[in-house]
Design a protein around this ligand. Sequence first.
Ligand code: ATP
Length: 244
Amino acid sequence: GGGSDVLSVSNLEVVYNDVILVLRGVSLTVEEGTIVALLGANGAGKTTLLRAVTGLLDVHDGAITKGEVHFEGRPIQRWAPSRIVGAGLGQVLEGRRVFGEFSVEENLRVGGHTRRGGLTSAIDEVYDLFPVLRERRKQTAGYLSGGEQQMLAMGRALIAQPRLLLLDEPSLGLAPRIVAQIKDIVVEINRRGTTVLLVEQNAAMALSIAHHGYVMEHGKVVMDRPAAELLADDDIRDFYLGRG
Ligand code: ATP
């Protein structure tokens, strides 16, 4: 306790196409300086929650019908996505999209379009975090490996120096060695001062670095506990967390 909540979601209800109720009263908080893991099976509603927080429900024919989303104390649930990013809420969503025809460095410059000055040093900081991106800075992003594209997508989000970073399944489809690298980098990003909300199917990975964990099921939060407790509980591992 004691820290303030960077993100606070309360009693959130979300529908798609005016009919399908997908989030059914979700509440969740992310305390400043922490890594929070959001876990749950396919279809539990994790991505929908991230869309609600980032203002991206519209594009998927979804809408908030009840509840509130606060970022650093301000209600953002009616804000446009660009305004939310500009306020300091960064995101790497759904399939690590990079601009495939552009170089690594051009991708990072795009991420910095909202910055005032300091772009070169910001790019250098990203290269320090991901040395492989420095090596490949002139290469076309579309030819990077899956892990490198994930790193580039994360790097691009970090250029804007967000205070809260949302990551949607950064380990998806990557080899264990690369997952381990991504994990270390998330820890380092957090150590440098960015709060992280990490959505993962890889529960063991997420809980091993998170301070707190939430488990979702059928559009509801069914568990809300310190990550170490979730990791230590055999029943929880078996019933809720699947592999890992
Ligand atoms: P995943 O790991 O597969 O992304 P998830 O926990 O993130 O799962 P969501 O993607 O949020 O779950 O999906 C929650 C529910 O909402 C699912 O039943 C899904 O079919 C439904 N859903 C998602 N997007 C839409 C959409 N655009 N229109 C209608 N239903 C949708």
